[in-house]
Write a protein that binds this ligand. Sequence first.
Ligand SMILES: Nc1ncnc2c1ncn2[C@@H]1O[C@H](COP(=O)(O)OP(=O)(O)OP(=O)(O)O)[C@@H](O)[C@H]1O
Ligand SMILES: [Mg+2]
Length: 230
Amino acid sequence: MSFLELSQVTFFYPPKTIPAVKRINLGLEKDGVTAIVGPNGCGKTTLTRLMIGVLQPAEGRICLEGRPLTDYSLAEIGRRIGYVFQNPDVQLFSNTVAEEIGFGLTNQGCEPAAVEARVDFYLDYFELADYRNVFPLHLSQGEKQRLAIAAVLANEPEFLILDEPTVGLDAYRKRLLGDYLQKVAQLGRGMLLISHDMSFVDRMAERVITMENGQIKSDSERRGNMAYDH
Ligand SMILES: Nc1ncnc2c1ncn2[C@@H]1O[C@H](COP(=O)(O)OP(=O)(O)OP(=O)(O)O)[C@@H](O)[C@H]1O
Ligand SMILES: [Mg+2]
């Protein structure tokens, strides 16, 4: 049993009749780094939104640790799977950078001193300490991206989905992010990375899945015949 298991998953954005995601079969384990690559509009973001229950498949089934995703509340899924949005503007909602990072922990009932220590750590690592009291939407694009990632990582979810996490990051910050995510992966936490940045994918991912027109075209996990049988 995989951590996340998708079988024959199809999704349409109504009223469209062409599916954005079509008959996807995919298992993701609780550990290891998997990347999904593919051209604009091939369905990568849609697929990950289905995985966190924000969208529901028109056909097929998604299970989280063997139970249908529909058995869980969105909050329960959110506690297990951290999700970094492709566009940080839609993710950030707090009044200050520090609150944004601490929000999830406070919500989980963490002691204020523990929250503060964790917030300080992430402010430091992602070089956001100077912006501690700044309104998140006033940050630069790269700063917002780092904040969105820090806010999700601070909750230490068991599985992470990152949709284009390197967009807007300079080479130095990209390397730091990669270093950090490798540490997270070494702790045994699984990760699904969506990226057009092939050097980042090469560095990070043990398994690379290619999508095209809403379908999986290849999956490096499957040896021999790379063509996916759909
Ligand atoms: N909210 C929406 N309403 C209608 N159609 C949508 C919506 N979101 C995405 N689509 C369409 O669904 C298809 C898949 O989009 P999706 O965002 O999943 O692609 P993507 O692979 O993440 O692309 P990108 O690399 O540009 O991020 C595209 O044809 C897109 O136009
Ligand atoms: Mg996308």
